[in-house]
Design a binder for this molecule. Sequence first.
Ligand code: FAD
Length: 280
Amino acid sequence: MIPPIADRFVAGESPAEALEHVRRLNGRNVKAIVNLLGEHYDERPPVRSDAAEYRALAGDIAGSNLDGCISVKPTQLGLDLGEDVFREELAGVVEAAADHGVFVWIDMEDHTTTDATLDAFEDLAREHEGGVGVCVQANLKRTRDDVERLADVPGKVRFVKGAYDEPADIAYRDAERVNREYEALLEYAFAHYDDGPTIAVGSHDPAMIERAIDLHEEYGTDCEFQMLMGVREDAQYDLAANYEVWQYVPYGPRWKSYFYRRAMERTENLRFALRAILGR
Ligand code: FAD
């Protein structure tokens, strides 16, 4: 059982609890990206088990007529064990999801995984046209080239600022610089992705969301907005009145480290968690 303080950010431990949350979201016009929490497995059994759960989840999403898709992490599907393991497990998940008409996102982890992730995405996205998406991170200096490379790949590309602490020789570490880069990437994408992948704006930042809306109006290029469960949810519901909005919904027994990360990243989240612990 997930304690009440954590259930703001995590939908539960079981797929059934996650799907119940998705049903509630769909009722408010928001779609869901469901993620089974797990990463950096150094042996095969948890990789096999999570891949099997994703395949079943895709069937459950389709079978319950929910507006949802799934998001996987490369090291959850075995990248630390080898690129061949990751490719095999990812292909199995994408094929099963495609059979059910369910979209698969590939999250982006730290810079040591970027090449393997983009290569696997590009191959699968061309094979399962429109069924796969990948995330790119504005804090990495390489990302401008990656965003150009992806311009003619079918599917979707999620733009985020980047969640990993990366070294200064390969990444921008100053928040203002990352913001400028994020805007520049959006400008490129809205100008060049009209026949390419759909743009997903993965940010809670009102300035970036406004910029994306302006660019969408200027170029007419398709886009969607994505935010995390428990973060600016009112803004998600408001935005959903005019745009396609997806909420990233994590669940699963490995929820603790994800919850602590969310609680620690902003003082108001920390205050919220402490209030819940102290019961006031
Ligand atoms: P920030 O730069 O953190 O904040 C900017 C402004 O946004 C703040 O000043 C405030 O106005 C508003 N804001 C931000 N957070 C809050 C909050 N908690 N409450 C109220 N207002 C807030 N990163 C990866 O590296 N790989 C991934 O695959 C990945 N996938 C993601 C998927 C989704 C759907 C989302 C939303 C994020 C994902 N991220 C991923 C995380 C991302 O890289 C950022 O670390 C994270 O989103 C914080 O950046 P931000 O753009 O939301 O805003």
